[in-house]
Design a protein around this ligand. Structure first.
Ligand code: PMP
Length: 361
């Protein structure tokens, strides 16, 4: 400690527990801990990154007009209702910072994304955790938890780390029944993995109390570049732009994201691979006596007998150079979240889990 005292509440913020990237003493790890796209970004995005190298002495655009136009075209949305950020994390931060403060409550669910309580506390607000039923979000529990102080409800659909999803009808019921002073934030980080799903865009278009966030980090394979976007009512976009730094996205980020969103063939191919290998993984795990819920995203949540078995399996996988994600911090101590990799990674993780089970038998 030194003589400078941080603002009240800051020391209550838990440090974000990121996915591991290395194992001591293992040179070539297979990383299945951060829900990254094993095929990387579209070749068009890589080309755009190279092409912008000669422009980096110039400041980037402040209004992101070209990227917003491209997103608008591809998704059939009004570009004036789109805002871009440094990952969807930053867009979520804009929303929390703009609409909550000390004395306010922010609702997230039992196994909800760990950034939600962090963002609430960063804004000085109080995070309120609502129970789920068997790893599925319950609309009635959220509605029952709303008070006069509630300002935001965060809902990831599909959810991380459970991979489960609420139906469109349930999400609409939630939006319809929230008190008028509560904003519903639909986090669509994994929306592209669900064929034909708009991430809640139609609901945002039709309501004034719903916001959707999306990312280039998952199916677009650009996690290392940090780009996300939000779609919201115009009045909300106007508010968010006032707290957005003018040059929050670099020339390289903007060009890569624009090229990536225009290459929907890449998205279609990556989604098909993910669906195929996600199903294969879940089946092999089931054969090994390890249950998982039907995942709608690019990972599966493997449930072991108990915490001890999950941790022992994680350590064994690490010894084999495989990194998966412990999710005890998400109230799921008996589970491991495993990203769907390419074919060889999927085979490697199944072989290693089988070896772990055989050793224990
Ligand atoms: N929402 C959810 C549900 C996530 O899982 C993640 C990434 N782990 C994010 C948002 C943030 O992603 P990014 O900031 O990379 O867009």
């Amino acid at each position: 400690m030194n003589q400078f005292t941080p603002q009240p509440g800051i020391m209550d913020i838990a440090l974000y527990q990121g996915g591991k990237a290395h194992v001591e003493g293992v040179a070539n790890v297979i990383k299945l801990s951060s829900n990254e796209n094993p095929f990387g970004p579209s070749p068009a995005a890589i080309e755009a990154i190279r092409a912008t190298a000669g422009q980096v002495h110039r400041y980037p655009s402040t209004d992101h007009a070209e990227l917003r136009a491209a997103i608008g075209e591809v998704h059939g949305l009004d570009p004036d209702r789109i805002i871009c950020g440094v990952g969807s994390d930053e867009v979520l931060q804009f929303v929390t910072q703009a609409y909550t403060g000390p004395g306010d409550e922010v609702i997230y669910t039992e196994h909800g994304f760990s950034m939600y309580p962090i963002l609430a506390r960063m804004a000085g607000a109080t995070p309120v955790q609502v129970p789920e039923r068997q790893r599925v979000v319950e609309v009635d529990a959220i509605l029952a938890a709303c008070t006069e102080r509630t300002r935001i409800v965060f809902l990831a659909n599909p959810a991380n780390p459970t991979g489960t999803m609420l139906t469109e009808a349930e999400v609409t019921r939630l939006a319809d029944n929230l008190p008028g002073h509560v904003l519903l934030v639909l986090d669509g980080a994994y929306a592209e993995f669900v064929e034909g799903f708009d991430g809640g865009a139609a609901l945002v278009s039709a309501r004034d109390n719903v916001i959707m966030t999306r990312t280039f980090s998952k199916i677009y394979g650009l996690g290392g570049l940090r780009i996300g976007w939000g779609y919201a009512p115009r009045a909300i976009i106007d508010v968010l732009n006032r707290i957005r730094q003018p040059f929050n996205l670099s020339t390289v980020q903007l060009a890569a994201a624009e090229a990536a969103v225009r290459d929907q063939d890449w998205v279609v191919r990556c989604r098909a691979e993910n669906t195929l290998w996600r199903g294969w993984l879940a089946e092999r795990f089931a054969e090994l006596g390890i249950a998982s819920d039907q995942s709608c995203a690019n990972f599966i949540l493997a449930r072991f007998a108990d915490r001890a078995e999950a941790e022992a399996c994680d350590l064994f996988l690490q010894s084999q150079g495989l990194i998966v994600r412990r999710v005890a911090g998400y109230n799921l101590p008996q589970a491991l979240r495993i990203t769907v990799g390419d074919e060889s990674s999927c085979r490697a993780v199944v072989d290693a889990v089988r070896a772990f089970k055989e050793r224990a038998a």
